[in-house]
Design a protein around this ligand. Structure first.
Ligand code: ZN
Length: 124
């Protein structure tokens, strides 16, 4: 029988042929789930999922895209967030756009820094 630690069913088993022709069982740790968007739950592209010891060996650019909210929001939700942010900046900073009607979207706003709404709405 194999070592007790290898009897765990949370380890994946793979059959491998050795150079000597024997078939042996290799034990592998299961990969964690893929990272998902914090707003819509879509699987994030360009974000590695692997066991932490192997993630640590990757370079920064291999772990996550180089962009705001990378690894947190998907590209679609990020675009919406940036557009949302910009619309409110325009509304409060430029008097000619003061009257445009905008609805607040808390599913997006929760990803903006704390106090963002107070800062932007009190700005004169
Ligand atoms: Zn999303």
């Amino acid at each position: 029988m194999v070592e007790p630690r290898l009897r765990s069913r949370s380890l994946k088993r793979v059959q491998r042929r050795t150079p000597g022709g024997r078939t042996v069982t290799h034990y592998r740790r299961e990969k964690p789930n893929k990272h998902r968007c914090g707003r819509c739950g879509k699987i994030l592209n360009g974000v590695s999922n692997d066991i932490p010891s192997r993630i640590r060996k990757l370079s920064k650019s291999e772990k996550v895209p180089t962009r705001r909210y990378a690894g947190v929001l998907c590209a679609n939700c990020l675009e919406r967030l940036i557009r949302y942010e910009t619309r409110f900046e325009v509304k409060f900073r430029y008097p000619e756009f003061k009257d445009i009607e905008l609805r607040r979207d808390l599913t997006l706003e929760k990803f903006l820094p704390r106090g963002w709404w107070q800062d932007i709405s009190s700005e004169k």
